[in-house]
Design a protein around this ligand. Sequence first.
Ligand SMILES: Cc1ncc(COP(=O)(O)O)c(C=O)c1O
Length: 409
Amino acid sequence: MNDVRVRAAVSPLRRSFATAAVLPSVDELVATERPEEPMHCLRPAAVTAAARAFVAAFPGDVLYAVKCNPEPGMLRAVRAGGVSHFDCASIGEVALVRQMFPDTAIHFMHPVKARGAIREAWVRHDVHDFTLDSTEELGKIVQETAATGASGELGLIVRLALPKGSAVLDLSGKFGAPAALASDLLRAARPHATRLGVSFHVGSQCLDPLAWRNALTLVGDVAQDAGVTIEIVDVGGGFPAAYTDVDPPHLGAIFAEIEAGFDRLAMPRARLWAEPGRALVASGGSVIVQVQHRRDDALYINDGVYGALADAGAPRFRYPVRLVRPSGAASSNELVAFKFFGPTCDSADVMHGPFDLPADTAEGDWIEIGQLGAYGGCMRTAFNGFDRARLVEVRDRPLLPQVPLRIAA
Ligand SMILES: Cc1ncc(COP(=O)(O)O)c(C=O)c1O
């Protein structure tokens, strides 16, 4: 045995700083730290405000989709906004949420789970609701919860497949039961369920409020065909955030479609659920990167698609950016449309943007990349050994605001 310590997974975001771990602004942070590794900036106040607004306006229960950003500071901010339900995809997420919030409701919403995860969630973490989209998964959940010998009220949620829609990130191909199977599953699950539900997901970053209305129409068809009482209608996630090239519909327009579609179902005893991720946390996180090299209109930066910028790669998200020069050093007024290269040696580590920055952006400059509270830090890998990043809280405003609930008068 040698005594070399082998690191097998991505390093956790570290909070060690020369200065405080909470700073008034990103500019101050750059001036004092001059960071040479990516710096994740958390804005808990923005997240709490977004969560509070969503909870107040949504006509049902709001389950935060933990996968979107499981950073404890983010979870605390969501919880402070009044969210008391958590949508977990794995037993790791379940254990984390239960440890942090002993009194909240946790829902295990991955349609394909390990048997041991079902048992552990049921027995150790007081999880009662499980999603399924197949006969086999229904069998697993019923067998494994019964095998523990622990009694409890079982919630079974049948995930319905939707046709491919217009969402930026399509989720239609992987999960969900086609309508006929979903009806069969509802009938088969009914005798085992204290509460029975139907869920769907319109796809992430969905800009079309009608997507929810159409999905609810399909829920109505399936429920009628199944002929059983349904207690939960879960409209999933997909609620949009703002990015540089998108002007999403106001959340109120989406909620209005959901409310109208739900009313048309005429299920007076059913409760509405939603599983937002992105809409609650996107604007509450940004990452400061440093330019390590410039070649023409390409900037080589110290984070990339194997780090926090996965969605700037193939999905081509255009995150808002701004140059940060310590002590207010001037920059050119002329803008250039840059592309970014990430730090790994993989040629797929490219982000085409374009990202508009001052024409004199150069090696050594810092760039703040916004709207990375959603699907940013949680996507990091250790590829090529570029796995170090730090986390700090800042008090200044996000680069883009949260999508409002309604158009300002
Ligand atoms: C089952 C489920 N619920 C909720 C979400 C959150 O979606 P979004 O971040 O688009 O709101 C996801 C994301 O993939 C999901 O798979």
